[in-house]
Design a protein around this ligand. Structure first.
Ligand code: HEM
Length: 412
């Protein structure tokens, strides 16, 4: 018997896993597809001539090698669309990347963010009191959205009455971060509308701060713009867009995924209750176990060899962060949720949920602080957590997460 039918069958299974790893009806569990992809090799053919990077070692090598560019991503992902997302430094290379990231960097250092701890704790306490009074809630609405949305809006200086509008605009943009080929005509239209609305809304706010400066991040950016030709108006709006969208859409999923994992693994929740100070290291395990951002892309700017494969300039890769985080070569018991995995002294690889290298997440200290505050409060005050319904997922691929998380919460 020829070996060909076997090869074809094997190929089909891998191709099916490629399709299923982004399928809307399987968003609750892309991990089975990732397992098949990792087993097929470190690089698997993806859509439009791309290569999917399935394992931790190769993903890490690519993210930390500056010969791989992120500047082509909007073209790669949004080549056919008629609207451009305003340029943000997420999709730039030095020197523009350095200039723009430098302007907002100070606001997000661990030190600056620790100054927001008290406000975060107060917000979490208040929301948790409301949840405990109500007992049965959609935890995304009751906690996961309000905490990061309120904090990023307050940092920027968005008035409270506009927070809901900001949330609606960024939801439209977040789905639009997915590759265009996965979006329906309505979703593409919704993204265009959301980007126009965002540009108009923040354009107005920028003008207000120009006339009436306040101690907020928008004013700081306006002053940088005025101090020299350090950033154009489009760059200013693009910077605000990435801060707003990356600043809460991702954190919402971190919070939701973390609560879901604690419900599914009651023994880990009991460990957190017994020792709420585990919250700090638990944040990293939630990030690893169920990544809020599932993929990023890079394009080769030179001939680059990664492992056994050589790429030529122009080759595009899709780095599957969510798969790298479950690679058994990098993590023992990779599919196990283990709150103490990142305790000092334990041997383990770092997760790739915040990316790595030049574009390493600027907001990581803020996201970590928010989640640590929430986990600590849950460990201290909540005695019982259970699911009221299996949670539905949004179709989003890049920024993956639930659309609702109905839970019952008991505590004091
Ligand atoms: C970059 C994930 C929260 C702002 C990134 C990247 C990832 C990521 C994976 C790198 C993308 C790449 O290399 O292609 C996350 C996750 C978060 C989170 C999982 C929460 C759980 C935040 C927050 C902010 C933020 C709270 C800001 C307020 C940014 C910015 C970049 C970035 C500005 C671009 C950095 C650069 O290009 O230099 N994030 N993020 N993120 N993130 Fe986050």
């Amino acid at each position: 018997m020829s070996s060909e039918p076997v090869a074809v069958a094997a190929m089909t299974r891998v191709q099916q896993a490629v399709v299923e790893s982004v399928a809307p009806h399987l968003r609750h569990n892309p991990y089975d597809s990732y397992r098949i992809l990792r087993a097929a090799g470190p690089f698997v053919p993806g859509p439009h001539g791309t290569h999917l990077v399935t394992r931790h070692a190769e993903a890490q090598a690519i993210l930390t090698d500056s010969r791989w560019s992120h500047a082509e991503e909007p073209q790669l992902l949004h080549g056919d669309s008629d609207v451009e997302l305003p340029g943000s430094f997420l999709w730039m290379e030095p020197p523009d990347h350095t200039r723009l990231r430098g302007l907002v960097g100070k606001a997000f250092t661990a030190r600056t963010v620790s100054g927001l701890r008290e406000r975060a704790a107060q917000l979490v306490d208040q929301l948790l009191a409301e949840i405990l009074a109500e007992r049965e809630v959609d935890l995304l609405e009751a906690l996961a959205y309000p905490v990061p949305l309120t904090l990023i809006c307050e940092m920027l200086g968005v008035p409270e009455e506009a927070h809901a509008q900001v949330r609606a605009m960024s939801a439209g943009i977040a789905r639009g971060l997915d590759p265009d080929v996965l979006l329906s005509a309505e979703e593409l239209a919704a993204r265009t509308a959301a980007v126009h609305e965002f540009t108009a809304f923040f354009g107005d706010l920028v003008e207000q701060r120009r006339r009436d400066p306040r101690p907020d991040l928008i004013t700081a950016l306006v002053q940088a713009e005025e101090a020299g030709v350090r950033l154009t108006h489009t760059e200013l709006i693009g910077t605000l867009l990435i801060l707003v969208v990356a600043g809460h859409e991702t954190s919402v999923n971190l919070i939701g995924n973390g609560v879901l994992a604690l419900i599914r693994e009651p023994a880990e929740f009991q460990r957190l209750r017994a020792d709420p100070d585990l919250a700090g290291v638990a944040v990293d395990e939630v990030l690893r176990y169920d990544a809020p951002v599932h993929l990023t892309t890079r394009t080769a700017r030179a001939e680059i060899t990664v492992g056994e494969r050589t790429f030529v300039p122009g080759d595009a890769v899709i780095v599957l962060l969510g798969s790298a985080n479950r690679d058994p070569e990098a993590f023992s018991g990779a599919d196990r949720f283990d709150l103490s995995r990142y305790l000092p002294g334990r041997e383990t690889e770092r997760h790739l949920s915040f990316g790595l290298g030049l574009h390493y997440c600027l907001g990581a200290p803020l996201a970590r602080m928010e989640m640590r505050t929430i986990l600590h409060a849950l460990g201290t005050r909540v005695t019982e957590l259970s699911l009221l319904a299996e949670p539905p997922y949004r179709p989003n691929v890049v920024v993956r997460g639930m659309s609702e998380l109905r839970v019952r919460v008991e505590g004091r």
